[in-house]
Design a protein around this ligand. Structure first.
Ligand SMILES: NC(=O)c1ccc[n+]([C@@H]2O[C@H](COP(=O)([O-])OP(=O)(O)OC[C@H]3O[C@@H](n4cnc5c(N)ncnc54)[C@H](OP(=O)(O)O)[C@@H]3O)[C@@H](O)[C@H]2O)c1
Length: 306
């Protein structure tokens, strides 16, 4: 048997159950993974609440989760180059990652480097590839100044580090308690709130070249008030802002498995740090999402299956 998260109706975390299911069988081109760790994302909560039906329709009862890291258990017909026992990182695009086992297309999997922990590996797909897309979307060049709103969130912590690797000066908006973490990463922290515009103008008197918004809460207004050109602003938290000419590139533009493999290499090389806020066992998935819903998580929340 396998265990998997299910919800029968849309709603809050009270609709989440962990149920026994048959182990899924891989079809042609597919692989069954015994999942060791997964991570959770705000978009998954929005899907479960029924708020994203126009973009990502749901068939009830539904499973949940994209990010996964685990061991290959069996392969379907036609799969080559991957075999039982391989340690992999990947993603489910059928909402099957919050489970002990998942079947995914072989091309959704990349090798897990030995130096990357299961928990680290499980954070990289949704948040990491979204950060890659956002940094690419704003076209950051070495020496330019970038502001990241939500700098210590799941996407934000990847975005600030990727922009630093690209040679940018990075200013991160975050709560004061989290400023030491940003400083450790070579990021200049600024508290968000009413006085943020003045603080940013003071810190960057020659202007800000680009802005990534992972927080919402008027961050696009802030970016425009700073004089950043709309085409150099990317938001993953405020889709309606596309009407104002800003970009909304995220996971879909992130580059999938190839980007995931590159992110894993960066972690293995020590060039990219994965910050994990809390690890919950699968059985406590509802508590994990309640924690994420505070929207003041530092880095990622991980689910551990075993
Ligand atoms: N389009 C896509 O492909 C895509 C992919 C992934 C995520 N997303 C979206 O991107 C957003 C971020 O995701 P995530 O996983 O990074 O979320 P997260 O881990 O919950 O991070 C949220 C961040 O928002 C900050 N924040 C909370 N309240 C704020 C406020 N009033 N003003 C400014 N900042 C505030 C928090 O900072 P403090 O702790 O410092 O308050 C935190 O760093 C979500 O809306 C998510 O749905 C989109």
């Amino acid at each position: 048997m396998a265990s998997a998260v299910r919800f029968q109706t849309f709603g809050g975390t009270e609709v989440l159950e962990v149920v026994d299911v048959d182990r899924p069988e891989p079809g042609p081109g597919e692989v069954r993974v015994e999942i060791v760790a997964s991570s959770i994302n705000p978009g998954e909560a929005a899907i479960r609440e029924g708020r994203l039906e126009d973009v990502f329709p749901t068939t009830l009862p539904s499973g949940e989760g994209s990010d996964l890291a685990g061991r290959v258990q069996s392969t379907g017909p036609g799969v080559t180059g991957i075999e039982a026992g391989d340690e992999v990182i990947g993603f489910s695009d059928r909402r099957g990652a919050h489970a002990t086992h998942a079947v995914v297309p072989a091309e959704n999997l990349v090798p897990k480097p030995a130096g990357v922990t299961w928990e680290e590996a499980a954070t990289l797909y949704v948040a990491g590839t979204t950060a890659v897309a956002a940094v690419r979307a704003v076209g950051i060049a070495s020496g330019e100044t970038l502001v990241v709103a939500g700098a210590t969130g799941g996407v934000g912590l990847f975005a600030v580090q990727l922009a630093r690797l690209a040679g940018a000066r990075v200013i991160g908006l975050a709560r004061r308690d989290d400023h030491p973490l940003l400083e450790d990463l070579g990021v200049e922290p600024v508290e968000y709130g009413a006085a943020a515009l003045e603080r940013l103008r003071e810190l960057a008197p020659d202007g800000v070249d680009a802005f990534i918004d992972t927080a919402g809460h008027g961050s696009v207004d802030l970016a425009l008030a700073l004089g950043v050109a709309p085409e150099r602003i990317d938001t993953v938290a405020d889709p309606a802002a596309s009407a104002r000419g800003v970009k909304t590139e995220g996971n879909a533009q992130g580059g999938g498995a190839a980007t995931l493999a590159r992110l894993a290499e960066l972690v293995a090389e020590g060039a990219l740090r994965v910050v994990i806020d809390t690890i919950y066992p699968l059985q406590r998935v509802a508590e994990a999402y309640d924690h994420l819903a505070t929207r003041h998580v530092v880095g990622k929340i991980v689910l551990r299956m075993e």
